[in-house]
Design a protein around this ligand. Structure first.
Ligand SMILES: Cc1cc2nc3c(=O)[nH]c(=O)nc-3n(C[C@H](O)[C@H](O)[C@H](O)COP(=O)(O)O)c2cc1C
Length: 253
């Protein structure tokens, strides 16, 4: 018994075991909502229609070649049109299939899209500093709350950064993706969890490439305080919890 056995097994396919299971979907359990519900009186912000006009480098070859994890940012703000594009690139809905599933700019196992996108916004033109959530169906932002001393809180969340300490708080925006695992478990049961992790990788890679195409830079963040960020975002830590973060800002010249 190696001490990594459990974690290594998690990385493997358990399809044959899964095939023996009657999933909640097969049992006729109602499908969970595809996005987290929200109060009708929530403050919503319209996002500009996504347009190629924000893209300064549309050469995919160059975007892939030049992309780097970027941890130093200029003081420039992102425009709302640029943020709109980044949100579309990471979770935007491009069509709905016959089964009513949303198909997006990112691939996802069984189109289960178990993620919500939360944003710690510091520098986006026209938006007050604070915490927001992206609503992919409406392509809008939901303003959640102002966070006092947000830069310090981002620092506390992204603790002990090994390469550039405290870089995340200097970003224009910090993306925090949560998962609601049941959206995938309903369909994939014990196979859901490995898929969720693969799915989020696609999301973050699109953020990297889309940022590059804007003259901005992104950096994935896997080192974070789970309990603290779940508390700040008011997630229960079981049915929904943060999975991954990424900081984005305009590059320094
Ligand atoms: C899953 C994952 C987690 C990461 N977590 C962090 C992090 O917490 N802090 C950080 O500075 N960089 C983080 N990175 C960025 C990597 O350090 C970076 O991708 C790697 O050093 C290679 O550099 P490149 O992205 O410029 O090619 C993470 C990347 C991935 C894919």
């Amino acid at each position: 018994m190696g001490r990594y056995e459990k974690e290594r097994n998690f990385l493997k396919s358990n399809f044959l075991e899964f095939k023996k299971i009657k999933t909640d979907k097969m049992k006729g359990v109602p499908k969970p909502p595809i996005v987290k519900p929200y109060h009708m009186d929530a403050t919503m912000i319209d996002l500009p229609q996504v347009s190629e006009e924000v893209v300064t480098n549309s050469n995919i070859y160059k975007c892939m070649k030049d992309r780097r994890s970027t941890r130093f940012y200029s003081q420039d703000s992102l425009s709302l049109a640029e943020l709109s594009y980044l949100l579309w690139a990471t979770q935007g809905i491009t069509c709905t299939n016959k089964a009513g599933l949303t198909l997006r700019t990112v691939p996802c196992s069984g189109a289960t899209h178990s993620f919500e996108t939360y944003l710690f916004i510091t520098r986006v033109e026209g938006l007050q500093e604070g915490v927001y959530r992206y609503l992919p169906i409406e392509h809008k932002l939901l303003f959640m709350f102002e966070l006092r001393e947000m830069d310090q809180r981002i620092d506390d969340i992204t603790l002990e950064q090994p390469f550039v300490p405290n870089f995340a708080k200097k970003a224009a925006v910090v993306f925090a993706w949560s998962t609601t695992p049941y959206r995938s478990e309903w369909k994939y049961d014990i196979s859901a969890h490995k898929k969720i992790l693969i799915d989020i990788g696609h999301v973050c890679q699109n953020l990297y490439l889309a940022s590059e195409s804007l003259g901005a830079g992104a950096c994935a963040i896997g080192i974070y305080d789970q309990k603290l960020i779940d508390e700040i975002l008011q997630l229960d830590g079981e049915e929904e919890f943060v999975l991954y973060l990424a900081a984005v800002g305009k590059k320094k010249n």
